[in-house]
Design a protein around this ligand. Structure first.
Ligand code: TXA
Ligand code: MG
Length: 349
């Protein structure tokens, strides 16, 4: 890393031109967005985008999202935009919604994994918007993490794995949302959710009568099944330790089950909601009980998830037991990430 710029609380914004220069010179940056940090490069420069795949160890068939700062930029990369897509852009952009659109030829194959579509989003984070605008090019940016690892929601979590691979780091503190954007595709007049996020099924239903949650969001893929979004195929968000997800509609049963499982192991870690921390303290010998946030405040939980999935490994646990939440609203996105972190190892009681 050559340049480190701290823009927390709106300071040093004039230094963002350094980040834009890195982009224009075909180099990589770490940049904030409202969802998670991105590993950014000039999305129209094939050689620059290649560096993203190398730095992450990412499979070539897994396409990248292009980040834009205004609607003029959209015109340069996507075409045949439908009325429903336009409405969703109006309602949710700038913000954590990625829409899969028909691509224009200018978008290099390496960005789209050879598909005839391109994922586009306009971030609401002001720093992100400014970097893109100053760069005058769409920025290709996957989540900032080595492939398979939990996404990065603050610079501290990811500097070990990525700082040596980028020219500029833009540090804007903790990301507001903490989970990656909702990814959708419009087919005829239906919206298909390919990756759940802060923009929920219920939010989208206000503008479309038919919102479908792709079945792969909560179910393991069979080998060789064809998917609408290549990212669904890959192991993701996983700590090194073995993890198990436990869910029940009944909180007493949930606590009992987690206490029972914890007794089968020597060095378990529990990721608990705030409400249940004391129950585990009083009823188990587990030393490391991490409080992920209040069950009633899913925003708090989503903001903490990736940091905690990274932190658990520092305790060298033989099992990580994670409390699940209801798969409704933002809970669907939380459970999608947790299921994948646990490699679909879930007990429901
Ligand atoms: O919030 C986010 O979306 C973050 C920030 C940095 O913007 N980015 C992010 O990118 O999460 P990434 O690359 O980690 O995840 C993008 C997902 C992948 O699952 C990929 O397969 C899917 O979007 N995707 C991208 N382009 C696609 C396309 N043309 N068709 C289908 N799926 C696509
Ligand atoms: Mg990712």
């Amino acid at each position: 890393m050559k340049n480190y710029i701290n823009v927390e609380n709106g300071k040093n914004l004039d230094l963002l031109k350094i980040a834009a220069t890195s982009i224009q010179n075909g180099n990589l940056i770490l940049m904030p967005t409202e969802t998670v940090y991105g590993l950014g490069a000039d999305g129209l420069n094939e050689n620059a985008v290649k560096k993203i795949f190398e730095a992450k160890g990412r499979k070539q068939d897994n396409p990248l999202i292009l980040h834009i700062s205004d609607m003029k930029m959209l015109d340069t990369i996507a075409c045949n935009i439908s009325q429903l897509e336009k409405t969703l852009m109006e309602k949710f952009w700038p913000g954590p919604l990625t829409i899969i659109l028909n691509r224009k030829k200018i978008v290099p194959d390496i960005v789209t994994g050879g598909l005839d579509t391109v994922g586009v989003r306009m971030p609401s984070n002001l720093v992100a918007n400014k970097i893109i605008a100053l760069s005058s090019t769409p920025i290709a940016a996957p989540s900032a993490n080595i492939s398979g690892r939990p996404s990065g929601t603050n610079i501290d979590d990811i500097s070990d794995e990525l700082s040596q691979k980028v020219e500029t780091i833009v540090d804007d503190g903790m990301c507001d949302i903490g989970l990656e954007s909702t990814v959708i595709r419009v087919v005829n007049n239906s919206v298909i959710i390919l990756r759940p996020g802060k923009i929920t099924k219920e939010d989208l239903e206000k503008y479309c009568d038919d919102v479908i949650v792709d079945k792969h969001i909560l179910n393991k893929l069979d080998d060789n099944v064809k998917v609408l979004s290549p990212g669904m195929k890959y192991r993701h968000y996983a700590p090194n330790a073995k993890c198990i997800l436990v869910y029940s509609d009944n909180n007493t049963k949930l606590i009992e089950k987690i206490c029972e499982i914890s007794k089968e192991y020597i060095s378990p870690v529990i990721i608990s909601t705030s409400e249940n921390v004391n129950a585990y303290k009083n009823n188990t010998k587990v030393k490391n009980i991490l409080d992920i946030g209040h069950r009633k405040n899913l925003d708090e939980i989503s903001k903490n998830i990736f940091t905690y999935l990274r932190k658990v490994d520092t305790y060298l646990p033989d099992i990580v037991i994670i409390e699940g939440v209801k798969k409704e609203g933002l809970g669907l996105a939380i459970m999608n990430r947790l299921l994948r972190a646990c490699e679909y190892n879930i007990i429901e009681v």
